[in-house]
Design a protein around this ligand. Structure first.
Ligand code: 5AD
Ligand code: SF4
Length: 431
């Protein structure tokens, strides 16, 4: 989501003459787009600001100005605190107001003193954003934002606000424009993407995916992140019926223990998750699953954790994100008794990750010799090499002609590396 938001901010700033640079030293403006989900992510902002302050001061000595902006969820949650701790920051803006960046920049350039805009404006920002510019052949499209689920550990409902769905015509127009620029793969984004309803009766994510497939220009469709509670029959059926929908699903479970799932306010139990997985696999036997896990949620006992390990063994995941529980200010779980000591959280995380890594490695190994269609979307590090993603999101590299960049090509997997697969073209004609 932050990658998408950053790209949109660049789109908003392009008409003002801003272009992106990899070197902060060269920048007239630096925007830190921040994440508040765990403490570690939020802390990074202040250490990065310290570094940028030095750079800003060095530039000022040479007579040039560097505007410093903090965007995203840390800005939303801690705007005033940022300005207190880092008074050299010029602009603080939340995730819902970045369409107003040009005004903020003008104001910052004019005035002394910082600009703070962390409102949840009545007008949706999407109505004010310029047409998305494609970068390569795979693109994110934000269709849903915010969250009404209030898992007791999570800041998202507070920083991103209530669930909002972009209307279908706007989404389809954006995708049409991206496809016209050469995009072949669309990943629909939302904090609860499968809660998307287009703001209108009769729409749901499955129908939207069908409408995208019907455009005839998009070869691959993905969506993330889904909530088990909102995964309806139509969406399960879409996995059986829509060939463009990739056989990969990120479906966070967080824990395998009913007691903990209830304390987390997840709105589903272990059994409901397992039943969903079974139905999804019946619809699409080739489906690869990904998930998020938290270890050491308040009150988690050894027996609860053992349930998580057992669930992982039962389901089998190909790619996962796992974290130790990080208390977030203002969330109910931060105030719960029986907080788990750090070393216990860490030990459980290490055990869980060892098992998850084993499963990922086993899945990758099983791909050896298989043929799969890969969207080659980037040049590789070595001359003559192209990089892409398998249907299951594995990075794949291949020696192939440059004209194949931006196309979906059948490849045979020839080697399995720790973080990627190597492949060769299947048809002599494509090499
Ligand atoms: N501590 C640890 N992990 C968290 N996540 C969200 N909030 C917290 C927290 N307070 C994880 C969840 C979620 C992912 C995006 O981040 O697993 O699915
Ligand atoms: Fe956070 Fe996801 Fe729960 Fe919403 S559903 S509160 S975004 S973990």
């Amino acid at each position: 989501m932050n990658v998408y938001d950053s790209a949109r901010m660049a789109d908003v700033l392009a008409p003002l003459g801003y272009a992106s640079t990899d070197r902060a030293e060269d920048a007239d403006m630096v925007i830190l787009n921040t994440c508040h989900i765990r403490e570690k992510a939020a802390e990074k902002v202040f250490s990065e600001l310290g570094r940028l302050k030095t750079l800003q001061a060095a530039k000022a000595k040479t007579g040039s100005r560097m505007i410093l902006a903090v965007a995203g969820c840390v800005a939303q949650a801690e705007g005033e605190e940022i300005l207190r701790r880092a008074p050299f920051v010029d602009i603080v803006l939340g995730p819902q107001t970045y369409h107003r960046l040009p005004e903020m920049v003008a104001q910052a350039a004019r005035a002394g003193g910082a600009v703070l805009d962390t409102e949840f404006p009545a007008e949706p920002k999407f109505d004010f954003l310029p047409e998305a510019r494609a970068e390569g052949s795979s693109a994110f499209v934000s269709v849903q934002e915010g969250c009404d689920k209030f898992c007791t550990f999570c800041v998202v409902p507070y920083t991103r606000g209530a669930e909002y769905s972009r209307p279908a015509p706007a989404v389809l127009a954006e995708i049409g424009a991206l496809a016209a620029q050469g995009v072949r793969e669309i990943t629909l984004l939302g904090q609860n993407v499968n809660a998307w309803n287009g703001g209108e009766a009769g729409w749901g994510l499955a129908r939207l995916i069908g409408a995208i497939a019907d455009l005839g220009t998009v070869e691959r469709i993905r969506y993330t992140t889904s909530h088990p509670r909102d995964l309806d029959d139509q969406l399960i059926a879409a996995h059986a019926q829509i060939p463009q929908l990739m056989p990969f699903l990120h479906l966070p479970v967080q824990s395998g223990s009913d007691r903990i799932l209830q304390a987390m306010n997840r709105g589903h139990d272990r059994d409901a998750y397992l039943r969903l997985v079974e139905r999804l696999r019946r619809a699409q036997p080739d489906l690869a699953l990904s998930s998020d896990f938290i270890t050491g949620f308040p009150g988690e006992s050894d027996a609860d954790f053992a349930q998580t390990m057992a669930l992982v063994r039962q389901v089998g995941f190909v790619q996962t994100y796992s974290f130790k529980y990080s208390p977030r200010p203002g969330t109910p779980a931060a105030l719960m008794p029986d907080q788990v000591p750090e070393p216990v959280k860490e030990e459980r995380l290490a055990q869980l990750q060892a098992l998850l890594h084993q499963q990922t490695a086993a899945f990758n190994q099983a791909c050896l010799g298989r043929e799969m269609r890969v969207l080659l979307d980037r040049p590789g590090r070595h001359a003559g090499q192209l990089l892409g993603r398998s249907p299951y999101m594995q990075p794949v590299h291949v020696k192939a002609a440059a004209h194949l960049l931006g196309t979906v090509v059948p490849l045979r997997i020839t080697a399995v590396h720790p973080n990627s697969l190597a492949a060769e073209p299947v048809d002599a004609g494509t090499s």
